[in-house]
Design a protein. Structure first.
Length: 394
């Protein structure tokens, strides 16, 4: 495990009048290799056609990178695979591939997308290893991949984008040549001067919103911005369900007590066991605005205590549907989602004791539902939100 957490976030918007975005961002976590691969592709034009081209390009780039295919050879295959237009000319999509390794090694391969901005100590950073690769094949003469490699340090950031960002504002009298690479870089530096702890989520949104503003709030091209932030991890513990053996109750409770980080418990019975073993009192909090809201509780040392399987199930639903436009409400499930997405290394303790009062003893459905829902939550946290998750069963 590296000494830092890699926070990754991405924001994009399609132009006014289009239903889909012609930029496509996909990613893959390869646990066994300790690699995370990110790909941003920009299809020529707008709308569905551009989206199809970008999706094909991004998918092939991701898969070939996962297989350690040489980028110049992979690029040739991608070029050959893209469909031709009615005039027999090949269609076109740009791409940026970013490969992150567990030890902090970073590789950026870029074909015709704007240059990624790398920042160290809040200032632009130029890696010593920069080189060009000629895309193989006679039909690709003059086409090159721009590659950079470096070992990341804590507090480094990488900002990658499509040309909808750098070319925003081209019809604006104040920036007839567009926002431009240098101005994007200066803007990012300015934002970090104002707030050195700016999250990847907030920085990607700020860059995108500035591009939208440049276009007088009506984007003329698909615009995408991703940010990678290497920083100290934020840790939390999520507990759901009591231990299978009652004899494990003390160990279970003391492990939770000694955990350093935010602690959340889902399950009234589980909370009662912890309170009993730690000699603490649980207080019930009643919603005065929504009498139908699921109960929540409080106990010293815990950020939140809620009802069990219903809340966990709702958390899974919210993570599944979460997108860039998500707005938090005040329910316990929404608070849990907020905490999960605000933390990086998450430990989940899953108790496997069956609550016999709730179902037929021959059908331990609740336990199986809990296991299934937790498995789904872990998959979403790891693959969609790039979190480090450890699950322990009791």
């Amino acid at each position: 495990m590296s000494e830092f957490h890699i926070e990754i976030d991405f924001a994009q918007k399609h132009p006014s009048g289009e239903n889909v975005c012609g930029d496509v961002f996909i990613s893959k976590l390869i646990k066994e290799d300790g690699r995370t691969i990110l790909v941003l592709s920009d299809g020529v034009g707008h709308g569905v056609r551009a989206n199809v081209l970008a999706t094909m390009t991004a998918t092939m780039a991701l898969n070939y990178t996962a297989l350690y295919k040489k980028p110049e050879a992979a690029a040739r295959i991608i070029m050959e695979a893209l469909p031709r237009d009615s005039g027999g000319v090949k269609n076109y999509a740009t791409f940026t591939i970013i490969e992150l390794e567990r030890d902090g090694m970073v590789r950026i391969v870029n074909y015709d997308n704007p240059k990624s901005v790398i920042l160290r100590n809040g200032s632009p950073f130029t890696p010593t290893r920069e080189y060009l690769l000629n895309i193989t094949g006679a039909e690709n003469v003059g086409k090159v991949l721009r590659c950079r490699e470096f070992r990341a340090m804590k507090e480094d950031r990488i900002v990658f984008m499509s040309d909808g960002i750098t070319q925003s504002g081209m019809e604006n009298e104040k920036m007839q040549m567009g926002w431009g690479q240098e101005n994007v870089e200066a803007y990012v530096v300015q934002q970090l001067e104002r707030n050195s702890d700016l999250s990847a989520h907030k920085l990607s949104k700020k860059v995108l919103n500035k591009a939208i503003q440049n276009d007088d709030f009506h984007l003329r091209d698909d615009a995408s911005c991703g940010v990678i932030y290497f920083r100290d991890p934020r840790e939390m513990l999520l507990v759901t369900g009591p231990p299978f053996f009652k004899a494990k109750d003390p160990d279970f409770a003391f492990r939770i007590r000694d955990y350093e980080g935010v602690k959340i418990v889902c399950g009234g019975t589980t909370a009662e066991i912890i309170a009993r073993e730690l000699n603490e009192e649980i207080e019930t909090e009643i919603s005065l605005t929504n009498p139908y809201a699921l109960p929540r509780y409080s106990m010293p040392g815990f950020h939140l205590i809620t009802e069990g399987i219903l809340t966990i199930g709702k958390v899974e639903e919210l993570l599944e549907s979460y997108d860039d436009e998500f707005k938090y409400g005040s329910t316990p499930a929404e608070e849990i989602v907020k905490q999960l997405l605000s933390h990086d290394r998450i430990v989940i303790l899953v108790g496997t004791r069956i609550n016999w009062a709730h179902h037929d003893p021959d059908q331990p459905i609740e336990m199986e539902i809990r296991k299934f829902v937790v498995k789904r939550i872990v998959k979403l946290l790891e693959e969609k939100f790039f979190k480090e998750v450890v699950v322990n069963f009791y």
